[in-house]
Design a protein around this ligand. Structure first.
Ligand SMILES: [Zn+2]
Length: 292
């Protein structure tokens, strides 16, 4: 089985490192259960160097560090944004800062987006409907701060990652994970790069594939899908291979490590050029800074 070439390097667009102690205990238990690599995970919170060395071991050249506020369901406060921006500044050629705002709690979304995008220079904004408790298109039903969030990102061409699919965290509401809601967003914000995280797995992959094929501004990010089963969920993946993005969701439940996922993906019967685009080439088009 071919290993990823460390000199070329995989780009993992979905890695979670969040500040200590900000998760509700029940959510933390979901993350910690059965993990063999808690020392790395906890060490990486205090020191980005620990994550970078771990990425070296795993054959991963660059990673997006995902955060988003979810004070009620998960526990993440708004301060995760400052955390992740500082974290990225340690190694901007290898780390992307992904943060967010909370449309149900935000009173001044324009001001907050100015802070996130102009002061903190977040590389991507994460919207997590099952953990933030609204649909990804809820602005059509009056959740105006969400419209402002998308509009401000579109104006600056900053990608928005939207969680699609279910969630196992206590308090998550899975009904908000449907990919079809991104159809509205892509129609209303045609210049906004939209990264559909998890491809609607495991219930709505057909719907996800339809929406990705329909809209050129939607990218399919495949973290959270067991790589060995990827072609069962997306039999026609190669048709959209120029907009598929690699991610693992490490260290979420069920994700052993980054390298194992890459090895399983490389074993799939896909065109080698498509594999290369998915593992890094597409991410470099979306985030050119990582080429430098
Ligand atoms: Zn995730």
């Amino acid at each position: 089985m071919a290993e990823p070439d460390p000199a070329q390097g995989v780009i993992d667009l979905h890695v979670h490192i969040s500040p200590h102690g900000c998760m509700h205990a029940a959510a933390q238990q979901v993350i910690d259960a059965g993990r063999h690599d808690l020392d790395v995970i906890h060490g990486a919170i205090d020191d980005p160097g620990v994550l970078l060395r771990h990425m070296d071991d795993q054959g991963v050249r660059a990673a997006a560090v995902i955060n988003y506020p979810s004070p009620d369901v998960i526990g993440y406060p708004m301060a995760v944004n400052e955390f992740v921006a500082r974290y990225r500044d340690h190694a901007p050629q290898r780390l992307l800062a992904v943060g967010g705002a909370h449309p149900r709690f935000e009173r001044d979304m324009s001001g907050t987006m100015r802070h996130l995008l102009d002061d903190l220079r977040l590389d991507m904004v994460k919207v997590h409907p099952p953990h933030q408790l609204f649909a990804a298109n809820a602005y059509v039903d009056g959740l105006d701060p969400l419209r402002v969030l998308y509009a401000e990102c579109q104006r600056r061409r900053v990608p928005v990652m939207v969680h699609t699919g279910t969630s196992v965290f206590p308090g998550a509401r899975c009904k908000f994970g449907r990919p079809m809601e991104l159809d509205d967003v892509a129609v209303d914000f045609p210049e906004l790069p939209l990264v559909m995280a998890h491809g609607g797995r495991p219930l709505w992959c057909d719907e996800a594939f339809f929406v990705v094929r329909r809209h050129r501004n939607i990218w399919l990010e495949i973290s959270g899908i067991p790589p060995g089963a990827l072609l069962e969920y997306f039999p026609r993946l190669e048709q959209v291979a120029d907009r598929v993005l690699w991610g693992t969701d490490w260290p979420s439940p069920g994700v052993r490590d980054m390298r194992t996922n890459v090895a399983r993906f490389l074993a799939l019967p896909l065109d080698p050029a498509a594999k290369d685009r998915i593992l890094r080439g597409n991410a470099l088009r979306l985030f050119p800074r990582l080429s430098g």
